[in-house]
Design a protein around this ligand. Structure first.
Ligand code: 5AD
Ligand code: SF4
Length: 439
């Protein structure tokens, strides 16, 4: 028997990259690769990159530089760059970094096996096409191995919204939804392999409009169909755009038993002037009204968001409007970013805010968010929640998992296994997690 080749994948950026890395690992499994978490043991290193903010691409180049010694020690080592930096920079990566053997964009991952065979003959390979064929179908060859209880499943990819700051419509391409039956089949297979919770992924997931047996399905239709999958206990979805938050989806939050009370709904700014310049096509007020409707449907829904500070022409007053909106909503989680100029996007051409002003605003917004997160986490103390156990905790007999609201919860549960669910009384809130006891 030949010894298997070893594959090290380093994943940057969003959850879709996590999903894609798993698919690539499985596709290369067919080429005789097994995964390793040590780059120094690898026969192939693949960086699955993110292009959303400036420093991400620079991080990739410096990471590649670090592999020079490994390649000198092992001339058979192959190095590939995948993901959105690969899509955006293409051949530039090969020019700038001669160590790189392979560059593959997100829409071409199903071609990885052929590309791998090519680089083994010493010929560098690049593919940043947007091919017609269904990459998900081609990537389907999954081994039957057990999976962790919580998994991602991509249902939609790409974006047509063209927010003025964002590279996603260029790197991931136009919005495409996968057919509903393929998603349901994949979901059932995942459940057979131990998955209990699915997070449906898409850059604009609530714009989902995949082909169903009776015409196009909305995301809500898909969620209801997944609700009927035996053995699947929890459904989440991310990331959503306020303008695609349709009535049936809001209603699903009220009535669909397996849909969790958690919603990531980025607003980016609380200033109408900035929202307009961001090309968001909603206002702060329409967003707040939407939150009211969601809370009317599901009063305990935990809100999560994304915010950009220092967008071109953002004044102190605009920034203050963002802080006011955050105060009004009350976020259980939020991700805050300094605006980062992306070449080729409309906002890159506008008058930029000074870096030190951005730094100062980032500190203030983060202080507010941290306070809110802590308060909401603290408010869970004394409540009885359901925890899906994912893995053993740091201490003997302890299990770690997630509540309905996505908070990490640690529980003394020596009998429990990953994939079990238990009712738990929350007794303490510690920095980034909760402590609970079995009821
Ligand atoms: N600069 C800063 N943050 C950005 N995001 C997207 N593009 C940029 C950019 N150019 C943030 C948005 C988005 C999240 C995924 O990343 O908040 O919701
Ligand atoms: Fe980018 Fe999201 Fe706007 Fe699409 S909706 S352009 S992915 S920020």
């Amino acid at each position: 028997m030949t010894t298997p080749k070893k594959l090290f994948i380093k994943t940057y950026g969003c959850q879709m990259n996590v999903y894609d890395s798993e698919r690539m690992s499985e596709a290369l499994g067919g080429q005789g690769y097994v995964a390793t978490d040590r780059p120094e043991d690898a026969d192939m290193i693949l960086l699955n990159t993110c292009h959303i903010r400036e420093r991400a691409a620079e991080k990739v180049y410096s990471e590649l530089g670090r592999y020079r010694d490994l390649k000198e020690a092992n001339p058979d080592l192959k190095i590939g760059v995948a993901g959105c930096v690969a899509q955006a920079e293409g051949a530039e990566i090969m020019r700038r970094q001669p160590l790189v053997d392979l560059v593959v964009g997100p829409q071409s991952y199903h071609r990885l096996p052929q590309m791998e065979a090519q680089i083994r003959t010493g010929v560098r390979a690049i593919d940043t096409d947007f091919p017609e064929e269904d990459k998900f179908e081609a990537l389907k060859a999954r081994p039957k191995a057990r999976r962790a209880p919580a998994a991602f499943l991509t249902v939609q990819e790409g974006c047509d919204k063209f927010c003025a700051f964002c590279v996603v419509p260029y790197t991931r391409g136009a919005e495409v939804s996968r057919p509903a039956d393929r998603i349901l089949t994949e979901a059932r297979e995942l459940v057979d392999r131990g998955v209990r919770e699915l997070t449906l992924l898409g850059q604009n997931v609530n714009a989902y409009h995949g082909a169903g047996p009776d015409g196009d399905w909305t995301l809500a239709r898909l969620i209801w169909a997944l609700n009927d999958v035996d053995g699947l206990e929890r459904i989440r979805f991310t990331t959503s755009h306020p303008n695609d938050m349709t009535e049936d989806l809001i209603d699903a939050h009220a009535t669909c038993p397996k849909l969790m009370p958690y919603l990531h709904l980025p607003v980016q700014s609380g200033s109408d002037k900035i929202l307009k310049r961001m090309n968001r096509s909603h206002t702060a007020d329409s967003y707040l009204k939407l939150i009211d409707r969601l809370r009317a449907a599901r009063p305990d829904i935990l809100m999560s968001g994304d915010f950009i500070v220092g967008f071109p022409e953002e004044t102190e007053e605009d920034f203050q409007a963002t802080l006011d909106l955050i105060e009004t909503v009350g976020y259980g989680y939020a991700y805050t970013f300094k605006y980062s100029t992306r070449p080729g996007t409309p906002a890159a051409e506008r008058a930029q805010v000074d870096e030190d002003v951005k730094d100062e605003r980032l500190k203030r917004i983060q202080a507010l968010i941290t306070r809110q997160q802590q308060e909401i986490q603290q408010s869970m103390v004394g409540r009885d929640l359901t925890v899906l156990f994912e893995k053993p905790g740091r201490f003997e007999g302890q299990m770690g998992g997630k509540s309905e609201y996505l908070h990490a919860v640690h529980v003394d549960a020596p009998q429990a296994k990953p994939g079990d669910m238990a009712r738990v009384r929350i007794v303490e809130s510690v920095r980034n997690s909760l402590k609970g006891v079995l009821i």
